[in-house]
Design a protein around this ligand. Structure first.
Ligand SMILES: O=C(O)c1cc(=O)[nH]c(=O)n1[C@@H]1O[C@H](COP(=O)(O)O)[C@@H](O)[C@H]1O
Length: 274
């Protein structure tokens, strides 16, 4: 199953996900001032980072908003980058955070698990409940696609709703337990489900509580670097098992030396486990 591949990549390379949230202001003048199209400029920027980091990175995550912002050209760059990552043999997450009624969710599933925007995993938003997520499940049956469902997000305002008490527990815990339940039939050989959760490393206590409650859940963990998350906050989570992959986007792709930035991030996380 793809979640086993991801876990095994994490065990081999470290729990690193490089976020290719590419913005024009990140692109160096030598690329920017060329005669090429926006598609080519964005792809060249991404390709340079992928070529420098693919042997250190368990997976890549592309925030589709950064590509949609450049219209068709941006989406062509999104598609070209996804294909290139797969050519390099790496795993790719489409960070699309979709959430809608079943008939619409079916179309989102087709759009992002097939064709030009096909990825290995996508992020989805569970605010609309089970029937907004279940239409993706048919793509999990073969074991080569997975979901990361928002549970306790990294942003400050996550507390507005996610920390509301529901039946004596915070909403994010109730949602996490539902995600674990949805994932029960998709558990791979390493004990993790194709349906994982998104929990920010800006919530170090909450992610340990969720992990202790939801044993089959593998985490996509944003919030490292630019949002203040650091390795120390992950030591309690990772000390028993590498049950997640940590994303850094701006922290890596705005660095003058992305490879060095990945190595520093990996050391910052692993040093607390020794
Ligand atoms: O689903 C996500 O990846 C996500 C969830 C969340 O709670 N917080 C969060 O920052 N993200 C995404 O993770 C990336 C974080 O970017 P950086 O702050 O630059 O590392 C962005 O693409 C966000 O959209």
């Amino acid at each position: 199953m793809i979640i086993d591949r991801l876990y095994e990549e994490v065990m081999k390379k470290g729990p690193i996900c490089v976020g290719l949230d590419t913005r024009i202001e990140y692109i160096s003048d030598d690329i920017l001032n060329s005669e090429e199209t926006i598609e080519e400029k964005i792809f060249k920027f991404n390709k340079r980072i992928i070529d420098e980091t693919f042997d250190l990175t368990a997976c890549y995550k592309l925030q589709i908003a950064c590509y949609e912002a450049f219209g068709i050209e941006g989406l062509k760059a999104y598609s070209k980058t996804l294909k290139y990552i797969k050519e390099k043999g790496n795993i790719v997450i489409g960070d699309i955070k979709r959430g809608d009624i079943s008939s619409t969710a079916k179309m989102y599933a087709k759009a992002h698990f097939e064709g030009d925007f096909e990825v290995d995993f996508i992020t989805v938003n569970p605010y609309m409940g089970y029937d907004a997520i279940s239409p993706y499940f048919e793509y999990l049956e073969k074991g080569n696609k997975g979901l990361f469902v928002l549970a306790k997000t990294s942003n400050e305002s996550s507390k507005d709703f996610q920390e509301l008490e529901v039946d004596d527990e915070p909403l994010y815990m109730k949602v996490s337990k539902e995600i674990e339940k949805w994932g029960e039939k998709y558990v791979g050989r390493n004990g993790f489900s194709l349906i994982g959760s998104v929990v920010g490393c800006t919530n170090p206590k909450e992610i340990v509580d969720i992990s202790n409650t939801c044993k089959n859940t593998f985490f996509l963990i944003p919030g490292y670097g630019a949002q203040g998350g650091r390795g120390k906050g992950l030591s309690a989570l990772f000390k028993n098992n590498m049950c997640g992959v940590v994303n850094s986007s701006r922290g890596i792709i705005t660095s003058d030396n992305p490879r060095e930035a990945v190595l520093e991030m990996k050391e910052d996380i692993l040093k607390w486990l020794r």
